[in-house]
Design a binder for this molecule. Sequence first.
Ligand SMILES: NC(=O)c1ccc[n+]([C@@H]2O[C@H](COP(=O)([O-])OP(=O)(O)OC[C@H]3O[C@@H](n4cnc5c(N)ncnc54)[C@H](O)[C@@H]3O)[C@@H](O)[C@H]2O)c1
Length: 315
Amino acid sequence: MSAGDGLHVLVTGASGFIGRHVVAQLQREGHRVSAVDRVAHPDPEVPTVVGDLLDAEVRERAVVPGVDAVVHLAAITSVLGSIEQPALVHATNVETTAGLLELARQHGVGAFVLASTNAVVGDVGTGTITEALPLAPLTPYGATKAAAEMLLHGYAGSFGLRAPMLRLTNVYGPGMGHKDSFVPRLLRAAATGGGVQVFGDGEQRRDLVHVADVARAMAMAVAGWPTGPVIIGGARSYTVNEIVAVAREVTGAPIPAERVPARAGEMPAVVVDVGRARGLGFEAGTTLVEGVRSAWADFDPAAVGSAQERAGARP
Ligand SMILES: NC(=O)c1ccc[n+]([C@@H]2O[C@H](COP(=O)([O-])OP(=O)(O)OC[C@H]3O[C@@H](n4cnc5c(N)ncnc54)[C@H](O)[C@@H]3O)[C@@H](O)[C@H]2O)c1
């Protein structure tokens, strides 16, 4: 398969933050995209099955004969929410993945791309995260993504499905007003005259990747990446203090930072090795200043996420 062949790609979670960018990227590359999500897609031209993927009938209406590839983004994405409701997160993130894979097998779908996370490896201290580290997640959310990766391996090994798993770092960019990760918190603070909390001295490193880069990586994965995990991160990591400084520069707001003690379980560093992605021809192209500018230009502080989403994400 190669980009531009006009594949029929089903995107789950297509109405979400990353999903909307993935749909647009696949369309730009000449693919025919259909969608499934609990929420209607903002573009009425995108054929969408609106429903809950926990419902087998919804999955069956979405994965139909003729689908060439699935990009599976639908999930409960809140880490804290996963601690509060581990069984629901298991059902949503693992059982629906198993159900979708089974339909993919039955209908001869060629490729199944999973949005995974570096949380599958757990706390690596100040070490660099690579794909070779053992899976040792610290939360139900991380565990569900590790389990989903294993399901993909099993289907790839037994049924010849090609199954790339993209372990995304912290994704940011336009359309994230409903999210509660660190960049939208900063932008919300800038928009409302508020501040942010910074854990510890703010010198902990974080990896941010722009959603446009993630969408490109997803499309490349659809087109031909092999089965297995690939870390998708930014061009370099930044300290929390650097990210705050960029947000102040871009928004022109003071965004006061209150230093609070580091929380238990807070990762001292998230630094990733993007060598495998580079080997596959992927390079994140967006600088932090450009990326935060794009997120700010479109930022809607009134966007309402689920209570779980608001409560759940970590900086
Ligand atoms: N945003 C990040 O920083 C990040 C980092 C690593 C991995 N990921 C993964 O990327 C994927 C997309 O994340 P996002 O940030 O776009 O999240 P999002 O919450 O903005 O989008 C998720 C979408 O999935 C849909 N969905 C959830 N459960 C569903 C269900 N049971 N049935 C039908 N639709 C359902 C939601 O309605 C939503 O539109 C997720 O799998 C997430 O775990 C995201």
